[in-house]
Design a protein around this ligand. Sequence first.
Ligand code: LMR
Length: 399
Amino acid sequence: MFEHIPAYPGDPILSLNEDFQLDPRPNKVNLSIGIYFDDAGKLPVMDAVRRAESALLESIGPRSYLPMAGLPLYRDTAQALVFGANSEARVAGRIATLQTIGGSGALKVGADFLKRYFPGSQIWISEPSWENHRVVFEGAGLTVNTYPYYDEQTGGLRFADMIETIGRLPEKSVVLLHACCHNPTGVDLSASQWAELVPVLQRRKLIAFVDMAYQGFGAGLEEDAACVRLLTEAGIPVIAANSFSKNFSLYGERVGALSVVCQSAEEAGRVLGQLMSTVRSNYSNPPTHGARLVANVLADASLRASWEAELAGMRERILAMRGTIHTGLAGRVDEVMRARYIAQRGMFTYTGLSESQVERLRSEYAVYVLRSGRMCVAGLNARNAEYVAASIAAVVSGA
Ligand code: LMR
């Protein structure tokens, strides 16, 4: 019966991460998947999360189903974090927010919604973008196109080309934008570039689908969400997917949210209903545990302060590691390649390493980066940084 089923070629990120786990070499370094490791190379359990979890275990009660839209306190606190507690749209009740199974779940629920209610629309993602963006949107039946984004020559942004392409899109097209810490390049729009994009989206009557998986890892929690707020205040139809996998270090709990900014509270009610119907037809309702943890941290002043401080420390450690690898590569690779480590932001740097250099890094040095050359700098630490720099130098020089 199943003879015709082809083998799964694997996922460029998750399958590589699984290969890494099976690699027996003691000197192996995982710079592939977007996971933050601390300076000891360990996945942190954040103190606020640990405290919220202890309190939860003390008071744990019966576990019924959550509503299709998710835990009310979670939805509210997540929305406040993304849009700002005093956002006009939020105060007016114009934002439909529902709990999702991670950021990927938010993308999928949003994609299903678009396919159903904007059947003639296509989506444009950056070139390059997170590998799974194409997979999720194509999986929902949307046609996926790209707009110019990364400049391989400079390691920067092709902003003029990006604006030019977006300025020619048909009405009601969907533009997928990364709020901060662009995955995979680490190259973001500046505040003035976001401001320049706004009238283009308005003029062409486009839908902005903003993916924010790394809030807090760029410049700060508020700063990283500034573009979502700018687009919302400009009256652009915004769909925002956000994730707490990274900034709460709760990867396996699958905690995310999807928000759709509407024109009125009444419209938001209808949109939320249709998002709930998508959830019901896919997985019925979301799980409880991770959402309770996040909501309880965000709603408690002391836990929240602790979480924000720890997150700031993670952001600073990543910056420090960027500096360390940049120094470690001095005189070993050319300056254009080296500059990327400090020019790019967030968890990722697009190293400019070729596929064959990446392959040598893995097979000869047990250093894992993605085939595209994307490195997760959050996997570097004081013990492995020099080894990684020396390994990169060896493959770049062809030694
Ligand atoms: C990544 O880009 O490495 C992470 O977002 C993990 C994933 O699901 O791909």
